[in-house]
Write a protein that binds this ligand. Sequence first.
Ligand code: AMP
Length: 111
Amino acid sequence: MPTIFSKIIDGDIPADVVWDDAECLAFRDINPAAPTHILVIPKKPLVNLADARDDDAALLGHLLRVAAQVAAQEGLKDYRVVTNNGAGAGQSVFHLHLHVIGGRALGWPPG
Ligand code: AMP
């Protein structure tokens, strides 16, 4: 079953894209949890972090680098990068994504 994110990658549904390269895409979250809330996703359809294998190590590193570059692009100095792995951890879209959240004070631990 294609997820909403694979439809965004395929251009079948629109997104506010802030980064697009051969390996990944970043776009604004439709229901932002903070003034800046961007999702960084691989174009490869990994379900979540647990679905990644050793072969995906470079891709995972690239996603983190893009998260930092997108945060810098947005003018964020302090921000959070998080991924929800599994429904019990809050995952609702089953295509790996990093949330880049910033623009307000962020409490810890998250709820
Ligand atoms: P998670 O709950 O960790 O799986 O995060 C999924 C995120 O995707 C949520 O923050 C949603 O608001 C966001 N989302 C769902 N559909 C879209 C969409 N079409 N465009 C942008 N963000 C979306």
